[in-house]
Design a protein around this ligand. Structure first.
Ligand code: ADP
Length: 304
């Protein structure tokens, strides 16, 4: 398998309040968060690439410079003349965070419009990582291009990992979301949902039910996260559960699932050991939630 981890999706400008009406500018997005942590977790023998679409303007260049600076390969990023990148603002009300988005015309929505460019990137990947947000932002035609390119890349030996990250507001309607997510999951080696989303949008009663549903769709290994509760890992022939070490000082759960996925996959790609992979995922996510923000600097050696 080529040592190339390819994450595909949307990275946005993040404006985070710093008090007194001022904001700090950053860059984040679910698949980018995962790619960022994968880059920190895998050795330099691996290339970690991020595929998205951006504009030809200054803020798009700044984002690419940020990705380059994080050690991510940016050669598959498409540049579009008539669009720019999306933005979200974190707003605080009585200590509670909420998000306002400006992304309806973002360049990333066109990332599957060039089928040849998409297939070229996917065909050289060892592992392709994407999410329900990656699919949700695309047009119906873009989704079909994405899924057929993915199926073709898998025929050529690539593996695929998918976090359903169910966000109904990105989709025309909830049934379209459920159908497309189920179809995508059926093409994947790893499906990594969070039970809270699955319960809300598929009506699953237990994490095991979510695992069964994705196995029935055709996925090979399901890793169901559930906040502080047990992580379930299920394949056709095996089912295990692991309780993450308790974290008492939870500061901000942003990117808990994204960082879990990163450390799980980085470990699994190297060792193929499920227990060690869940432990790595839970350890990284447990660290990330003790800090503010999605991208936590772990240079103090907290990552395996
Ligand atoms: P998401 O961010 O997708 O909602 P989850 O909340 O399910 O993801 O959490 C992902 C992982 O983060 C969990 O499997 C667990 O390992 C870790 N985690 C999240 N919340 C806690 C917590 N309160 N205590 C310990 N670990 C947690």
């Amino acid at each position: 398998m080529p040592s190339n981890f390819l994450a595909i999706g949307e990275c946005m400008v993040e404006m985070a309040p710093t008090g007194g009406g001022t904001f700090a500018k950053g860059f984040a997005g679910d698949t980018l968060n995962t790619a960022w942590y994968v880059r920190k977790s895998l050795s330099q023998d691996w290339t970690v690439s991020y595929l998205t679409a951006v504009g030809n303007d200054q803020i798009s260049e700044e984002m690419i410079a940020f990705l380059d600076g994080a050690g991510l390969a940016t050669d598959h990023i498409q540049r579009l003349n008539n669009r720019t990148i999306g933005l979200y603002l974190i707003q605080l009300k009585e200590g509670e965070r909420s998000f306002a988005y400006w992304r309806s015309q973002s360049a990333a929505r066109c990332l599957a419009d060039d089928a040849v460019a998409l297939s070229t990137a996917m065909d050289t990947a060892g592992l392709i990582y994407f999410s329900g947000i990656t699919l949700g932002i695309l047009s119906p035609e873009g989704r079909q291009t994405f899924l057929s390119s993915l199926a073709a890349a898998r025929q050529k030996g690539a593996r695929a990992a998918f976090d359903p990250n169910l966000r109904p507001r990105l989709w025309e309607d909830a049934q379209t979301m459920r159908d497309c997510v189920t179809e995508a999951a059926g093409l994947c080696d790893f499906v990594m949902p969070s039970f809270e989303d699955e319960e809300a949008h598929f009506g699953d009663k237990t994490p095991s039910e979510s695992a069964d549903r994705y196995l029935a769709a055709g996925a090979k290994m399901i890793v169901v996260k559930n906040g502080p509760q047990e992580v379930i890992v299920a394949t056709e022939n095996d089912r295990r559960s692991f309780r993450p070490d308790p974290v008492r000082n939870v500061v901000d759960t942003t990117a808990a699932g994204d960082s879990f996925n990163a450390a799980f996959l980085a470990e699994y790609l190297v060792s193929g050991d499920v227990d060690a992979s869940v432990a790595a995922g839970a350890r990284l996510a447990g660290t990330v939630i003790q800090h503010r923000g999605a991208l936590v600097d772990l240079s103090s050696g907290l990552v395996a």
